[in-house]
Design a protein. Sequence first.
Length: 371
Amino acid sequence: MKQILQFFRREAVLCIAGALAVGSAFAVPPSGAYLDYIDFRVLILLLCLMLTVAGIRQTGAFTALCQGLLRRVHSVRMVGLLLVLLCFFLSMLLTNDVTLVTLVPFTLLLLEGIPRQDADRITIRLLVLETAAANLGSMLTPMGNPQNLYLYNRYGFSMGTFLSAIAPYSVLSLALLAGSCLLFLPVQPIAPPRAQSRIQSPGRLGAYCLLFGVNLLTVLRILNPWILLGVICIALLLLDRSLFRKADYSLLLTFVFFFIFVGNMGNIPALSGALQRFLQGRELLTAVLASQVISNVPAAILLSGLSEDGRALLIGTNLGGLGTLIASMASLITYKLYAAAPGSQPKRYMGVFTLCNLAYLAALLLLYAFI
């Protein structure tokens, strides 16, 4: 029983999605039409991106890059600014969760040399800023986070249309993050990384970068996703079969469950019609609010089945990643890593996190009101 409860806590979104899919099946009995609900292109892209990025990460390239850059700066403020900028820009290509999994442990290790009386305050502020940077940076590209990849395919955005919708918020986000680092991180000496990591296999890194390029061609609809899947599978069988265990299969299954639920909802005309009328003209605000409760990836899938205003949902689910700790599931990564560290103060972290996220959300919503 204890293990079941732990599974529900760890995979809460997956369990909710599964319950919704099963519940909707009572209204719309399972049939071959269920296969039409599932967007296999999105699932293939997500899987292949996860596998490719896992390969790049395993070579140690990210850590080596960070350590090399951090040897050039010597104050908490400048180190913090560099780490926040790395989170912002790396998340555009590596996804927000992979960026945080890589940089948060590195940050905790780096800040161990700060005097105890200052360490808690600085660590919390920097981790909150890094988390916000990963969530805000990832919104600028289709592969930056799962909801972008889904919405990019669902509404058939061109890259130009996608960027024109999101770019103003990315520019303001970058300014807010840089300003926050300069205002809230102290000018205090900090020791550079003690050890220098090396890229473990430059040849494999080159191969994974080529595979990432194949992923990008598929995102841009130049290459068929089934060809991508074949290329990735063959390449990993030759390079490193263990990478197949690195993918987040629970996320893929969550997508499947939500596809089934949304598809079934669309086959209940009275219910879908009422929800569409309610949502019309309120897409962005609804996406922001829904993200606070169920996180932005499920919100994107659910609301996309009820509205054709893809631009509003794209902006709303990205801005909706700010706010509560579960608004973006990537934010939970930082919280769990910090909470497990010796001497952590989870309640204080939550307070700073919520205040910072709500301030950024308010500023970005204000920009939306003026555009």
